[in-house]
Design a binder for this molecule. Structure first.
Ligand code: HEC
Ligand code: HEC
Length: 324
């Protein structure tokens, strides 16, 4: 019993200090497994979110654009360097590069405290005080429950450190004009994960932290037009192909109003297997990170479907593969 209390004290301390990983390595193997088990659960949750829902690993690793849906290049986990620019997506005023978020002390975030990582993720403020371009989805992560944020932080600190210096961004507009202060809650402490039984709200939470909206909500004069949320129509120009985001509102004619849950699941499930994406697709390729989202649990994908059904149907006929 005393031992159990001691372990609980360690865990409570670790949670309070946000030091899951440091604490984990201090946990000696003679202690009972219960402490390790719960730390293990935190890391598993963090990994799940980082690879399959909040998709840190989609933007912050390298993707192989010669294959369908551009899967991750193995071994590049978190090293950064992917460029997002004006040519690819015209609402980006310049070039922005996903940073190295591995624990490498020189080129990654190895010297950052958990609070500094948390601030970057939820307020878009880097360690040195610079504000981050909002393509990094901190507006969405600002709505994430603290326990999920801390799980992700604990997990990314276990990534293999990779030395990879990422170029500085080049913006044609000062960041002070872009920083979306009004869209951010100053505190994230009241964010909650809705119970999974509340399918629609749980789905809304997943859609928020998976940031479906950045690609699927059309932009109007450089800002997302939320009166037409998820109506699609943003074109992405990649070197070998162009693709426009689909209308995923429940409009029957131009959206996914006629899609059954099964059809929706079939948009994702095949990409759990390599043969589904390991081919050269030519012009009909997609930038949607399907190979990442495919790792979501069935129940989570079903909750996303349930939530999308509740959106306002918007008529917007999209041509997915515009002529290039
Ligand atoms: C849609 C792409 C995208 C996704 C998804 C994404 N990021 Fe980022 N992230 C970026 C970009 C781009 C930057 C650099 C922004 C800049 O330079 O202004 C960045 C910057 C950061 C930084 C600041 C690093 C530094 O050196 O300043 C951290 C930390 C970070 N991201 C962590 C995460 C985590 C953790 C997740 C997942 C929960 C995540 N990101 C998901 C694109 C993304
Ligand atoms: C990086 C941009 C991006 C993100 C993020 C993204 N999508 Fe997409 N999505 C696209 C593009 C582009 C298409 C059109 C090409 C295709 O079918 O893959 C698309 C197509 C779809 C389709 C097919 C609709 C049809 O009519 O064929 C569904 C369903 C969908 N997205 C759902 C989602 C959901 C749910 C999320 C969040 C979990 C999401 N997308 C996140 C870019 C994105």
């Amino acid at each position: 019993m005393r031992k159990l209390l001691a372990i609980l004290a360690v865990i409570t301390f670790c949670v309070a200090a946000n030091q899951f990983v440091a604490c984990k390595s201090n946990t000696s193997s003679t202690e009972s497994d219960s402490g390790n088990d719960s730390l293990q659960k935190v890391l598993e949750r963090g990994k799940y979110l980082a690879y399959h829902v909040a998709n840190c690993m989609d933007c912050h690793s390298k993707r192989d654009f010669t294959k369908y849906a551009a899967p991750m290049i193995p071994g590049t986990d978190g090293e950064g360097g992917m460029e997002f620019n004006n040519k690819m997506f015209n609402v980006i005023p310049g070039s922005v590069y996903a940073k190295n978020i591995t624990p490498d002390p020189e080129t990654g975030i190895g010297t950052w405290t958990d609070d500094e990582i948390l601030r970057a993720m939820t307020q878009g403020i880097s360690k040195n005080g610079d504000t981050l371009f909002p393509l990094m989805p901190y507006i969405s992560f600002n709505r994430m429950a603290k326990s999920d944020l801390l799980s992700i932080i604990a997990f990314i600190k276990t990534l293999k450190p990779i030395k990879n210096k990422v170029p500085d961004r080049k913006l044609m507009v000062p960041m002070s004009m872009i920083y979306p202060a009004n869209a951010l809650q100053p505190s994230i402490d009241s964010n909650r994960i809705p119970p999974e039984t509340d399918k629609v709200n749980y789905g809304r939470y997943l859609v928020t932290i998976a940031d479906c909206s950045t690609c699927h909500t059309p932009f109007d004069k450089g800002n997302p037009d939320f009166s037409r949320a998820m109506a699609g129509g943003n074109t992405f120009n990649l070197p070998d192909y162009a693709v426009t985001s689909a209308n995923i509102t429940p409009d029957s004619a131009s959206g996914i109003g006629t899609w059954t849950e099964e059809r929706f699941m079939n948009k994702f499930l095949p990409y759990r297997k390599e043969e589904a994406y390991n081919f050269k697709p030519g012009k009909e390729n997609t930038i949607m990170p399907l190979t990442y989202y495919a790792g979501m649990k069935d129940e989570d994908l079903k909750a996303i479907y349930a939530f999308l059904r509740t959106l306002k149907p918007i008529h917007n006929q999209v041509e997915k593969y515009p002529k290039k």
